[in-house]
Design a binder for this molecule. Structure first.
Ligand code: SAH
Length: 249
């Protein structure tokens, strides 16, 4: 089940019902505290959060927990941030469960690319500006297998998940692949939460710009001309007047 990017109001009605009706909840680090607070008192819930480079529970152990709980006859809610099928290993976990003869339903959630850009006033597509968008993971178990020249030639919005620590590299590769140095880039930190911060600069200077801002994970990187629309469409007012960092600043 995908819980969306943070704001509990962005969960689906079905997701809320699953939290209320399941017997056990197995949840990740990206699930916000506000969403955890919706778990009914006394219901069994197991944290299996993973942070980059420090896996608290291995994927194999998570799989075991899911299988074990299901085989006890429990209805298990596997609660993840965003959408389970977007860089969420939802497919992998489902394959394991199917091999064990356990049936699985999927509850989609709002993925970070959609939620965070909406809360930053950045449309993923915009007529005359970008005809499409591509989601890319900047994390890999081994070498990054990204076709930079293909991405650069799309002339569309690019959204990088898990890219914060590789921001400089991503910008460098896109520049080398031919994107203009003035291409706007947004880094959205803790999107869709009351801690959201949005930093906007260009491919050539975003890395240096956020270097001393203490930006923390989770953060999403958005590359493309749609980013400039944030100056006009930014609406998430709680902190945007203070936190959106204008190009002119
Ligand atoms: N399944 C999730 C993505 C998991 S990968 C989804 O569909 O959203 C984890 C990455 O997602 C993070 O490193 C970050 O790049 C992005 N992300 C998830 N939630 C976010 C948030 N609230 N704000 C910014 N980025 C977020």
């Amino acid at each position: 089940m995908g819980a969306g990017p943070g704001d509990p109001d962005l969960m689906t009605v079905k997701a809320l019902r699953c939290i209320q009706q399941s017997d056990v909840i197995v949840y990740d680090r990206l699930v916000s505290d506000e969403i955890i607070a919706l778990i009914p008192f006394g219901k069994k819930h197991i944290f299996v959060g993973k942070a980059k480079d420090k896996h608290s529970v291995s994927q194999a152990d998570i799989n075991c927990i899911l299988v074990e709980e299901a085989k006890k006859g429990k209805t298990v809610c596997r609660l993840k941030g965003g959408d389970v099928f977007v860089f969420g290993r939802g497919g992998e976990e489902m394959q394991v469960l199917h091999r064990e003869g356990i049936s699985v339903d999927v509850v989609p959630g709002i993925t970070a690319a959609s939620g965070c850009t909406s809360y930053a006033g950045i449309p993923l597509t915009h007529r005359g500006v970008s005809q499409g968008c591509t989601f890319v993971t900047a994390h890999s178990e081994h070498d990054l297998e990204v076709n930079w020249s293909a991405l650069a030639s799309l002339n569309q919005t690019l959204v990088f998940y898990m890219g914060l620590s590789k921001l400089e590299f991503i910008c460098h590769e896109l520049l080398a692949a031919g994107l203009s140095a003035t291409t706007p880039v947004a880094v959205i930190e803790k999107g869709c939460t009351s801690d959201q911060r949005v930093f906007i600069k260009t491919l050539s200077d975003i890395h240096a710009y956020i270097a001393n801002k203490g930006v923390q994970s989770p953060a999403l990187i958005v590359v493309g001309h749609v980013v400039s629309l944030a100056y006009e469409l930014d609406w998430f007012v709680v902190q945007s007047q203070e936190h959106i960092e204008k190009l002119s600043a």
